[in-house]
Design a binder for this molecule. Structure first.
Ligand code: PEP
Ligand code: MN
Length: 255
C-alpha cells in the first residue's frame, strides 16, 4: 500500500517514530528532526490520548495535530495520530496521513465502521486481550466499509507476566502474514513498556517479518508527559535504526 511517497508492505521496513504525546511546539519539532535524522518515514504522536487515569495528561487536541502536521511537513515525514471516537474523524482526516485506532478501541465496532467510511489509511493496533482472529475481524469491519488500507500492529497483549508491561507476541507477525494480505508492524515500546527492551524486540519483530516498526522516542524521555519508561532517547533510536537495518538485510529486506 502506498501512502504519499511511502510504501508499506513492500520490501522496505518502514519506521514510524515520535513521542507518545505531542507536548509542545519545541518537543514535536525536535522529535520530528530526530525521527527524520534516524531514517524514519512517519512521525507518530498522540493529540487525543487514551489514558488509564482521567487525571493524567489527555493530549493537546487540535492544537497538537496542528503542531504535529507542521513538524512532519518541515521534516519530510508523514504523520500518524490516534482517533479515539468517531466525532474526531473529520479533524484527524484534515491533519493526519494515517488514522491510528488504539488497542483500547480495537473492538469498538462503531468506530471501526466509521473509519471504514473514510479514505484514509488506518493503523489498527491489537487489543490488550484480543486474539489474532479478533484483530483480523476488526480489520474486516474497516474494510467492509470500503476502506481497504489497513495496517495491523502487534503492540503486546496482557498475560500473567509482569516484568514487561505487555507480552509482545512476535509469533502474531508470521501468523498474520500467513492468514492475511495486510501489512503488519511491531510496536516494541508498548509491547514491552521498557526502554531497555525496545531494541531487542524491534530486531525480533523485523526478523519475524514485520513490515515496519512504531517506536516512542523523545529528546528527554524521563520528563515525557506519557509513557516515558518505554520511550527511548535519540541516541538509542539512532542505534536501533542502525541495528535493525542489519537484521532487515539478513532477512532479505531493506530498512
Ligand atoms: C500509543 O500508541 O501511544 C497508544 C496509546 O497505543 P496502544 O493503543 O497500543 O496502547
Ligand atoms: Mn504511548
Amino acid at each position: 500500500m502506498k501512502i504519499g511517497h511511502v510504501e508499506i508492505g513492500g520490501n522496505k521496513v518502514v519506521t514510524m517514530a515520535g513521542p507518545c504525546s505531542v507536548e509542545s511546539p519545541e518537543q514535536i519539532e525536535q522529535c520530528a528532526e530526530i525521527a527524520a535524522k534516524g531514517g524514519a518515514q512517519v512521525l507518530r504522536g498522540g493529540a487525543f490520548k487514551p489514558r488509564s487515569s482521567p487525571y493524567s495528561f489527555q493530549g493537546l487536541g487540535e492544537e497538537g495535530l496542528k503542531l504535529m502536521r507542521a513538524a512532519a511537513d518541515r521534516n519530510g515525514l508523514l504523520m500518524v495520530s490516534e482517533v479515539m471516537d468517531s466525532t474526531q474523524i473529520p479533524l484527524l482526516c484534515e491533519y493526519s496521513d494515517i488514522l491510528q485506532l488504539g488497542a483500547r478501541n480495537m473492538q469498538n465496532f462503531n468506530l471501526l465502521r466509521a473509519v471504514g467510511q473514510v479514505r484514509k489509511p488506518v493503523l489498527l493496533k491489537r487489543g490488550i486481550a484480543a486474539t489474532i482472529e479478533e484483530l483480523l475481524l476488526a480489520a474486516e469491519y474497516v474494510m467492509s466499509g470500503g476502506n481497504y488500507e489497513v495496517i495491523l500492529c502487534e503492540r503486546g497483549i496482557r498475560t500473567f507476566e509482569t516484568y514487561t508491561r505487555n507480552t509482545m507476541d512476535i509469533a502474531a507477525i508470521p501468523v498474520v502474514k500467513k492468514l492475511s494480505h495486510l501489512p503488519i508492524i511491531g510496536d516494541p515500546s508498548h509491547g514491552t513498556g521498557r526502554r531497555d527492551m525496545v531494541l531487542p524486540m524491534a530486531r525480533a519483530a523485523v526478523a519475524a517479518g514485520a513490515d515496519g516498526l512504531i517506536v516512542e522516542v523523545h529528546p528527554d524521555p524521563d520528563h515525557a508527559m506519557s509513557d516515558g519508561a518505554q520511550t527511548i532517547t535519540p541516541e538509542q533510536f539512532y542505534e536501533m535504526m542502525h541495528k535493525v537495518r542489519a537484521v532487515a538485510n539478513a532477512v532479505g529486506r531493506i530498512a
